[in-house]
Design a protein around this ligand. Structure first.
Ligand code: SF4
Length: 230
């Protein structure tokens, strides 16, 4: 045990094996909130990653996928989006959560990228979070999935829940989880961690009643807090 009470282990036992098993089991090219099949219909760029991520906030994956395709299949650059009216963007992205606000932000972001960044999504975390409507989670996603940058660890609800169940950490918020995981997950796995754990959380280690009987890493799991499983 280390001094920081939010981390339960100093080192994850069998970490290489766990990541290798999960990669074999889950590996795919899609970003977690857009299905692989649908993501292939959209050019895969930092801009499309950014906009899809904004669409995904408080929205179901299937709705995000469909809205991303309606908008980005045809309007896949800041220049093309900037020419659209907010109303048109609203129509294309409906029914994603907060579609009116998101339409406004997407248009603003497109214009800002053109005016301040030569039409490019900045390849810099601190510049990204200056864009209105882009929070730290979205910026982390863009750095990892848009730019394949090392050293970023986007954490969502699956990435928070599963390491706690595994018994790696004991944290209450995704922010605490990020700090704790940075201490114990080898840096070489940071880029893949979000992808693997989000897919794993959607398919096997689900929020309610996980599929432990089918879980490829069950023997490494302490099942902390798991009262019901299948
Ligand atoms: S054994 Fe169950 S709780 Fe543990 S990681 Fe697998 S599915 Fe999740």
């Amino acid at each position: 045990m280390v001094e920081d009470s939010k981390v339960l282990v100093e080192k994850i036992e069998n970490v290489d094996e766990i990541f290798s098993i999960l990669k074999d089991y889950l590996y795919g090219k899609e970003i977690p909130f857009v299905s692989r099949e649908k993501w292939e219909e959209i050019p895969h760029t930092p801009f499309t990653t950014l906009i899809s991520c904004i669409l995904s906030l408080r929205t179901k994956d299937e709705v995000t996928s469909d809205a991303s395709i309606r908008l980005l299949k045809k309007y896949d650059t800041p220049e093309k989006i900037a020419e659209l009216s907010e109303k048109k963007i609203e129509e294309l992205i409906y029914p994603v959560g907060f579609y009116k606000t998101k339409a406004k932000r997407i248009k603003e972001i497109a214009k800002t990228l053109i005016e301040k960044y030569n039409g490019k999504v900045p390849e810099d975390f601190n510049e990204l979070i200056k864009l209105r409507g882009v929070g730290r989670k979205t910026a982390n996603i863009v750095m990892v999935y848009g730019y394949n940058k090392k050293g970023f660890l986007p954490i969502d609800t699956h990435c928070h829940r599963i390491p706690n169940r595994l018994g790696w950490i004991f944290t209450k918020t995704p922010e605490e989880t990020k700090e704790a995981l940075k201490k114990i997950i080898p840096r070489e796995y940071w880029n893949e961690f979000n992808h693997l754990f989000v897919l794993f959380g959607k398919t096997i280690c689900t929020p309610v009643s996980p599929f432990c009987s089918k879980c490829p890493i069950e023997k490494y799991c302490k099942k902390i807090g798991v009262t019901k499983h299948r």
